[in-house]
Structures are given as C-alpha cells and as structure tokens.
Design a binder for this molecule. Structure first.
Ligand code: TRP
Ligand code: ZN
Length: 868
C-alpha cells in the first residue's frame, strides 16, 4: 500500500470553507477518453482563500477562474488545491477520464456499452474535481454530447431543456435540475435502450412522465417495475402525504452495478436484478424484491434527496428511515406478518452477526476509513428498527406529525440524525432523551425475563434485566430505552388487560434500567406471556418457556407474528439441545412436541398459507451459528439436516396432502397465490427428503410454467442432494445460458451445492459462458453463495474453501474493491471458529494485508479482524 489509509471521525466534522451554488457540466462522451468541463459558481464561507477540491483518478486539463487561466494550484493525493482566490468566482475545470477501464463501477463507467454513473458515496470526485461532500448543495445543468447512433438516449437529472445535433453524427441534450442537491445524487446515462412509458398525476395535479430504460429486447420484463413505481407514488401520498416534485421520473436498468439501486434525483439507476421480471424469468421473491427496491428509491426522493445528510456519519438518517418506509409500503400492499418475519430474520441472522464482528458499529458510526464499508445491515436494517421503535413509542399519528415537522424544518437542507429525533420529540411531546443512545451504542442487547404468578394476591410479575455485551468498537455499554410489547394469555386464549397500581397500562412497557420489575393485578390464573410482540425491539430475548407454552402460543396468539415467533422459539430450544447431544456423540432426536405442533400448523386450514410456509421454515445455518461464541459447523449442519429429514418423514402424508391441494392453474401475482406457491414449494422441499421425493421434484420441474415453481424444484433437488440434480441443472443451463440474470439463480445453486465435490465444480463453473468476474451479480451469485450458504464446503478443514476465497479476493481487490470488501465479510468472523480453522483464515487475511496495492476498503476490515 502506498500510504496507510487515514480514518475520519464523526466528532471532527467541520462545515465547508466554500460552497458551490450552481454547476454547469458538459460531457463529451467517448469510451476511452471522455472530457468533462465543470463550471462552478463558488462562494467563500469562512476566511480561507484556498479551495481544496476532492478528485481521484482524473487527468487534469485546465483550470480557470472568472474566465482566465489560473496557474496557482497544486495537485495533491486526494485532489486539487487552488490558491489565492477571490471571495466569489466562476471556476472552470476540464478533466479527462477513461470510462472503459473503470471496472470499480464508481464514477463514470460502461455497462455493456452504455455509459452510466454511480456517485454515492464519494464517486463524483472520479468525474471532476469538486466539493464532494453531502452538505454542499448546488443546482446542476448538464449537457451530454455523444454519438447519435450508439447512444440515442442521453439522460441526466431534472428536466430536458434543450437538444440538438452536431457534425460527425453527434447529438446533445441539455438537462436542468431545479432542486439543489449534493454531488452524490448526480447521474448521467447514455445508451441505446428500449423504453417503457407511462404517466402519473399527483394528487395536487402535476403530470409526471414515467420512463423505464432497459436493454433492447427486455420490454416484456419491465411491467412489474412500472406498476411498483405507480403504487409507490400513490402510497407515499396516502400514508406520508408526500408528492413527487419534478415532471419526469426515469429508471435505468443496468447489468453492471455494485449494489441494488441508486436514488439519483429524477434518474434512478438500478441493478437490472431489481427491474427485470416476467413469470418465466423471475420468482415471486424477485417480484417482491423489485417492489421493495423501486419503492425504496422512490421514497428517497423526500427522505434523502429533499432532506439529505450533513455528513456520511449520518447515513442512517436517510437509509434507516427509507428502509422503514419501504417496509411499511410492502406491508401495506402485501402480508404484514410475512414482511415482518423476513425483516426479523435479517436482524436475528446477519445483523446480529455484524454486531458481534470486528466491524461492529452503531447505526451512526463514529469512525470511518472507507465510507463504502458502512452501507451495512446495521445502518440500514437496524437503523430501520430504530425508526420503528420511535413509531411504536409515538404511534402513527404523532409519528406523522414528527415527519411533517422534520420537513418543515429541514426541507432543502443537509440534516443530522439529531435533527430527526428532535423533530419527533417536539412534534409528539414525548421525550426521546434516553432513546437517543440507540444512535451511539453498538451491539445487541440481551433481555432476560423471568415471571412469577402469585395466586393468593392475583398478581403476575415480570422481572426484566437488560445487558449489552462489549463489542469490538466499544467496551462500555449502558442500559437502553427499549420498548417492550407484551401480552398475557389466559388458558382459553383470551388476553388479560394490563393493570398496575389500579391503573390500566399500555401493553408497550418501557425498559430503561438494567433491572426492572413490572407487577400486574387482577390476574386470576397463571398466564402465558407473549414477549416483544412484533419484535418491538432489536434484542435477544431470554425467557424459559416450556414446550407446552410455546405450542399454546403457536395456536392461540392473536398476532400472526407471535405465532411464528413461538414456533421459532420451540425449534431453537430443541435445535440447541440436540447440538449439545451431537457434540456428546449422542443421536439427534426431534421431540414429539415439535412433530405434533408442526403437524397442527400444516393441518390448520384457517391459517394464511404464506404464514404456514414461514412457520415450517427452520432457522438458517447462519442464524443458528449466531447463538454460539464458537461455531461447531458439523454439529449445526448435522442437526438441521436431521430436523428436516425427520419433519419430512414424520409429516409425510400431511405434506403430500397440502402439496396436492395447492396445485395452481394460471400464474397470478395476487398475494394469496404467492402464499399458496410458497407453502406448496415448502412442502416440496421437505418431501424431497422422503422416498417419493425424486419423482415429485422431477415432475414439478417438467410441468412448471413459472420460474417460482422451476426454481423450487431445483432448490429441492440441490439441498436434498437428489440424483436428478445434475440433469435438471444441465437442462436449465441449456435453456438460459445466454441470459446472465436468469443464470444467476443457477450460479447460486452451484455455489451452495452441499456435495463434497462442490468446490471443484464451482471452479469449473467460472468458465461458464455466462460467468464473468467483472460482473458483481455473477460474482455474488456463485462465490458469495459459496462463502455464505455452503458452510460445510467453505469451512472444510483442508482450508481449500478459504484459499479459494483468498484468491478471488486478491483478484477483486484490483478490479472492484467495493465488491471484494462485501465478499470478505464471512472471513472477518474467524474468532468464531476452532483454532485450526482460525489459523487457516488468518493466513488468508495476512496474505491480503501484505499486498502492496491493498484497497482501503479491504484494509479497513482486514486490519480490524487481525487486531481483535
Ligand atoms: N443509496 C443507495 C440506496 O440505498 C445505495 C448505494 C449506496 C449504492 N452506495 C452505492 C448503490 C453504490 C450502488 C453503488 O438505495
Ligand atoms: Zn437507500
């Protein structure tokens, strides 16, 4: 490495020395040599007469001030310092770039021949020298010039205000964005696309043109994205009273993209995975993902763009809030319980794991080396849980009052998390003084509950202790303000009204101290408590339920989430005890209580099939791993496999009945149809582990008329290791080998193949015509799946899984550090494995650390992991 990368601290924030009010950009686009002319109106804010601009990988051509060449500047490592400037001036900078060589996919790059940009977080500095920080808000005018035939569509933010042609078969379009914005929201796209058009009239009467740009030939896959966009626009008006603010909204789908999508003002750029779908190419999960991401980016127009972040430490201000909004959108349109269950699975699995890793950080980080490393589950998903807790404490009405005040105060500015919390507090009159600690304290709290029923006084007492273990970034922890939603059930399934000191009390209790006692009066029989309803806080619950109580809640709890949660606790309890048994060389036995409870769930025709499918799904390997300080890979895998096989064989006839009963005709995206397919395919996954499994799986593969059912058959064959697997894989590959996006599902199956020879096959798969190390979706599908969902092979004692990961990471370090850094995550958790595996992982990390061109993305994580 040239220089040790330097960390930035939240506490060191300083307002900018200058601001840029207007910027006029001209792009002369050519694949290997693009010229960018940036004319900025700059105003000095303090007493500094030098201006330090950010810039990376740029070739500087000229600098002028007020139209005259300016020689008084120095080029530095991270940018350009211009000296002895007047108070206010027009700055013209010409730079040159090479988009064709940009494999990092940050700044201006080529995706399958189309130009596109990605500027968040700090990519604009790869386009021109600029004050590339979110608290500098400017109005942008952008002229794009390119070859007319190769690039018929020339797009940027805002409204198209002028266009024309030039000699040499070139044309140009001029765009103007009336809304001041930070540089990270800038976007430009140039290419040859098919365009799906529609329009939307906002509730105050604005006519908005909607345009979705997709690769030629993909128009038949753009409809669901358009429907989702219109639904999102309508939902934001109804639930949040927020309307769109430009006359055009464009979405461009590209195949080469580092993340999911980007909310650039008026011109969203999307990973094609979150736009393209038809029933033959996409699964129900893909459809729901598209709805969520289209919603997410649209909702950023207010929470992110109209009010943006003062500095990158405040990222959760826009991301936590926008994830909360997209979750509510999906829940209002579909099944609230299923959405909540899937979000909670993410928190309990990978987010808790991140909290316990060397990268542990609060939702508002204190220290950052590479900002791209902080687009994390903690900032996004836990950030959303923090917003949800505020919503729980205030209720919908006061929460909406808070949102309104937030926009009254901060519209058009760059704000902080503190600004958001203050607005919520001031609008509601509810103190969030103690609650704010969630923004600065990292780690997962454990809440230990015990209960006592006093028959003679008819009282019931909950004794609650909270504790947060030290994390890699923070040794000392304090008690948090935790909303603790509870219900108490009588044996007949009715709930008891909570009364304390003669007063009726809310069922959302506030935990604020490390130990608290709550006593309820008028309780005449020993109740069954349901705790942390709807997962009212992102904590680990410890309560000593017996099997009967959990089975009771699975049937009688009012709320679908509570029923699912009780089922998960019952499974967790017995998975844990069996892991211990296996570690003592005893047999793994699935108890009768579980078989009976899940038989009941399957037989209950009153339950929503989508919920039954969720209830029947065991916690993942990764979630189970999170319960332990030391992960016993083989014992966990063994127990989960035996549980699946036992449930399959013991519940075979019930599974078969449900499978047959839910046979469908036409494919429909109605939520009830999605739920029925989910349950039917969940049954198939179990039945694949029984004697008749192979036949059923092959039959479903042959007769499937949509991708959901096709993939369910392949997944079942893959995880149950059926001998038909290779035939189905071959057939699918023949059919889809020319379509990378559809092949990603196949690459994922190759990556997660539990077979002992999987790694060899994965290495061969890298030569498949649809695979490319330059495409992040392909890399994540094949190699990401191997590292995250193939525990037995990835953690093979031989070390070959780790070595393979190391080779890949060294290659990606050079071509695309952002993708490399995300892929690295499972290796950071080395401390959770036995000393043999730890040494093997450490080896790979040390090799990376010693590379002389290690990117700062990897440097930050590798050094943290090795320090621990
Ligand atoms: N702001 C984007 C979102 O949450 C995500 C994002 C951040 C991103 N950095 C990125 C997307 C880099 C692509 C590349 O919607
Ligand atoms: Zn976002």
């Amino acid at each position: 490495m040239a220089q040790t990368p330097q960390a930035k601290y939240r506490k060191d924030y300083q307002s900018p020395s200058h601001t840029i009010t207007d910027v006029d950009l001209t792009f002369e686009l050519q694949e290997t040599q693009t010229t960018v002319t940036a004319i900025s109106n700059v105003t000095q804010l303090g007493d500094q007469t030098s201006l330090k601009l950010d810039g990376e990988s740029l070739t500087l051509k000229t600098v002028s001030v007020n139209g005259e060449t300016w020689a008084n500047y120095t080029e530095t490592e991270g940018g350009l310092e211009i000296h002895a400037l007047p108070n206010q001036f027009e700055l013209t900078i010409v730079t040159e770039l090479n988009p064709a060589e940009n494999t990092a996919l940050e700044g201006l790059y080529l995706s399958d021949g189309a130009f596109c940009t990605q500027c968040e977080a700090e990519g604009f500095r790869r386009i021109t020298y600029f004050l590339d920080r979110p608290d500098v808000l400017a109005k942008y005018t952008t002229t794009v010039i390119a070859d007319q035939e190769k690039f018929p569509s020339l797009l940027s933010n805002g409204n198209r205000i002028d266009q024309g042609t030039l000699k040499g078969n070139k044309h140009w379009v001029k765009w103007q964005d009336p809304h001041p914005k930070p540089s990270y929201l800038f976007a430009l796209v140039a290419g040859d696309f098919d365009i799906l058009r529609d329009n939307y009239k906002t509730k105050s009467g604005r006519d908005v043109q909607l345009e979705i740009y997709v690769d030629k030939g993909n128009l038949d896959r753009a409809n669901h994205a358009m429907v989702s966009l219109i639904n999102a626009m309508k939902w934001d008006e109804e639930r949040f009273d927020l309307e769109y603010d430009l006359d055009i909204y464009m979405i461009v789908a590209v195949d080469f993209f580092n993340m999911g999508a980007m909310e650039n003002k008026g011109l969203n750029v999307f990973n094609s995975k979150f736009v393209l779908a038809n029933e033959k190419t996409a699964t129900d999960t893909d459809y729901l993902g598209i709805e969520a991401v289209i919603g997410h980016e649209y909702f950023h127009n207010w929470t992110g763009n109209r009010v943006t972040c003062r500095d990158w430490f405040q990222l959760s201000l826009k991301e936590g809030l926008t994830v909360f909004r997209d979750q509510e959108f999906s829940s209002d349109l579909g099944s609230r319980a299923v959405n909540r269950i899937n979000n909670v699975r993410i928190i309990r699995g990978p987010q808790f794991a991140e909290d316990a890793s060397p990268m542990s950080h609060p939702i508002r980080p204190e220290k950052v080396i590479e900002m791209n490393n902080f687009y994390t589950l903690t900032v996004y998903e836990k950030g959303s849980e923090v917003i949800r807790m505020i919503h729980t404490l205030l209720g919908e009405e006061k929460f909406q009052k808070g949102i309104k005040l937030y926009f009254e105060r901060h519209d058009g500015t760059a704000a902080t998390c503190e600004d958001f919390v203050s607005a919520m507090e001031d609008a509601s009159g509810i103190s969030l003084k103690h609650f704010r600690l969630w923004y600065s304290q990292s780690g997962t709290p454990t809440v230990e509950v015990s209960s006592d029923f006093d028959e003679s006084h008819s009282t019931y007492t909950l004794k609650v202790k909270q504790h947060t273990a030290p994390t890699a970034d923070q040794a000392e922890k304090q008690a948090l303000h935790i909303p603790f939603a509870v219900e108490l059930y009588n044996s007949d399934g009715t709930t008891i009204d909570l009364v304390s000191n003669g007063q009726s009390v809310s069922n959302v209790l506030s935990l604020t101290e490390s130990e608290q006692v709550f006593t309820f009066e008028g309780v005449n029989e020993k109740p069954v408590p349901s705790l942390f309803l709807e997962f009212s806080a992102p904590v680990k619950l410890e309560y000593d339920y017996d099997d009967q109580e959990l089975s009771f809640l699975m049937v009688h709890a009012n709320n679908e989430f509570s029923r699912w949660d009780a089922g998960q606790m019952l499974l967790a309890k017995h998975i844990k005890s069996n892991i211990e048994r296996v570690q003592q060389n005893q047999e793994c036995i699935v108890p009768e209580s579980i078989l009976a409870a899940f038989k009941g769930v399957l037989a209950n025709k009153e339950l929503d099939p989508a919920l039954v499918a969720e209830m029947m799904t065991l916690p993942s390997f990764n979630e189970v791993s999170g319960w332990y300080d030391l992960i016993d890979v083989d014992a966990i895998d063994n127990v989960l496999t035996v549980f699946k096989a036992s449930l399959a064989n013991e519940l075979k006839s019930e599974l078969e009945q449900v499978y047959q009963r839910l046979e469908q005709g036409e494919y429909s995206l109605e939520h009830s149809a999605i739920g029925q397919r989910a349950l039917r395919n969940c049954c198939l996954a179990y039945l694949a582990r029984t004697e008749s499994g192979q036949q059923l799986v092959e039959q479903q593969y042959q007769s499937a008329h949509n991708m959901t059912d096709t993939m369910a058959a392949m997944q079942a064959a893959n995880s149950a290791q059926l001998s038909c697997r290779s035939g189905l894989m071959e057939d699918y590959s023949q059919k889809w080998k020319h379509d990378g996006l559809v092949m990603d599902k196949w690459f994922q199956l190759q990556g997660s193949n539990p077979d002992a020879g999987a790694l060899k096959a994965i290495k061969e798969t890298m030569n498949h015509e649809a695979f490319s190390m330059k495409n992040p979706n392909r890399v994540r599908s094949l190699i990401g799946a191997f590292m995250n969902t193939n525990p037995v092979n990835f953690h093979a004692k031989s070390g070959e899984g780790y070595q393979f990961a190391g080779e890949i990471l060294r290659e990606l370090n050079e071509s695309n550090p952002q993708v490399a850094s995300r892929l690295l995550d499972p290796l950071l958790k080395l401390k959770k494995y036995d000393s043999h595996r730890q040494a093997l992982i450490r080896n790979e990390l040390v090799t990376l650390k010693n590379m002389n061109n290690l990117a700062k993305d990897l440097y930050e994580k590798v050094t943290k992991a090795l320090e621990e």
